[in-house]
Design a binder for this molecule. Structure first.
Ligand SMILES: Nc1nc2c(c(=O)[nH]1)N(C=O)[C@@H](CNc1ccc(C(=O)N[C@@H](CCC(=O)O)C(=O)O)cc1)CN2
Ligand SMILES: Nc1ncnc2c1ncn2[C@@H]1O[C@H](COP(=O)(O)OP(=O)(O)OP(=O)(O)O)[C@@H](O)[C@H]1O
Length: 206
């Protein structure tokens, strides 16, 4: 077995473990974490000062982003949600969320805005991008669902293409892992917001 395969195997194992950990949270713990997240996130300058911010619509046992989504709208921000790219496989588009327009489930059963060209927001126009994750470590390394969607999305930013863009992960406290083995394409996060605090890491571009 080559080393890339070994890394992918250990990431897959860790992914299952961490997903299991968040599934073990009780409904009451999930509820209080999602409400606490609103306060913790709104206290961060990258969130508080953003005019245009991309969030994601949570699914399964992910930290519920619905209260934060509402708080961002109430604060008058332009909020975007990811949409699976219709033909560039593995890529995401960010679309403005209009609460008047119903969301449509994608192939993963995650609700997303209907694909209308005028609603597409280019990354150059985003102030802040909040990303989902399955695990993070003390270096800011990120483990996602395994589709590489956010790795591809973050590649341009990592290469310095969107210097205005602040990127932060959102996670349950229990998604912190000792060490996440990484591949060349993995993009470390400068910060991760949980219900109880904001972790900031070295390499920070914030
Ligand atoms: N809320 C949210 N939206 C997101 C992501 C995410 O991680 N969270 N993504 C981040 O990249 C993209 C979707 N990526 C995904 C990649 C794999 C699976 C997946 O394997 N789903 C399994 C069920 C897994 C489970 O329940 O834990 C399935 O469909 O069978 C789902 C989404 C875009 N939108
Ligand atoms: N920038 C990229 N360009 C091309 N392929 C990529 C890129 N980033 C990741 N991939 C591919 O996507 C797959 C994702 O693997 P990985 O385990 O890193 O996903 P992840 O970080 O957990 O997922 P996600 O980013 O969707 O949350 C890998 O097979 C990898 O080859």
């Amino acid at each position: 077995m080559n080393s890339a395969t070994r890394i992918q195997n250990s990431r897959q194992q860790l992914r299952e473990q961490l997903k299991q950990q968040r599934r073990a949270l009780t409904e009451a713990e999930q509820k209080s974490a999602s409400l606490q997240l609103v306060d913790t996130a709104m206290q961060q300058p990258e969130v508080a000062q953003a005019e245009t911010i991309a969030l994601y619509f949570s699914f399964a046992a992910e930290l519920n982003t619905a209260p934060l989504l509402q708080a961002l709208l109430d604060a008058g921000k332009k909020v975007c949600l990811p949409v699976l790219h219709p033909f560039a496989k593995g890529h995401l588009l960010m679309l403005r969320y209009d609460p008047q327009r119903p969301l449509i489930n994608n192939k993963f059963a995650i609700p997303e805005p209907p694909l209308r060209c005028p609603d597409v927001v280019p990354f150059a126009q985003l102030d802040t991008l909040l990303v989902p994750l399955v695990g993070f470590d003390s270096q800011g390394n990120r483990l996602g669902m395994g589709g590489g969607f956010y790795d591809r999305t973050l590649a341009g930013w990592h290469a310095g293409r969107y210097p205005q863009l602040k990127v932060m992960g959102l996670a349950h406290d229990c998604q912190q892992a000792g060490h996440i083995p990484v591949q060349s394409w993995d993009v470390p996060l400068p910060a991760v917001i949980t219900a109880t605090r904001c972790w900031r890491f070295r390499h920070s571009s914030l």
